[in-house]
Design a protein around this ligand. Structure first.
Ligand SMILES: [Zn+2]
Length: 83
């Protein structure tokens, strides 16, 4: 009888752990989805990825360039305005 109860508990623990791992994976998946939901643009100066909503952007030849900081933005302007 006791052996049966122990076996049942082990089985329940196994099911519990299985679902816990599954839940953790689905949460991680959701976090990934959120990460890719925002359109990311690459900073052409330092290569960093920035959100499209950044305030550091420059419009040049009908194309918009995105930057991670004022510094990168200024560097880009400098490179594209000086001959
Ligand atoms: Zn940058």
């Amino acid at each position: 009888m006791i052996v049966k109860i122990v076996f049942l508990l082990a089985l329940l623990a196994g099911i519990f752990l299985f679902f816990r791992v599954k839940d953790k994976k689905s949460v991680e998946k959701k976090a990934d989805d959120k990460l890719y939901a925002v359109d990311m643009k690459q900073d052409s100066i330092c290569g960093a990825f920035v959100e499209e909503t950044t305030k550091y952007k420059v419009k040049l030849h009908d194309k918009i360039y995105y930057f991670c900081s004022e510094e990168c933005k200024n560097k880009f302007i400098e490179q594209n305005t000086n001959p």
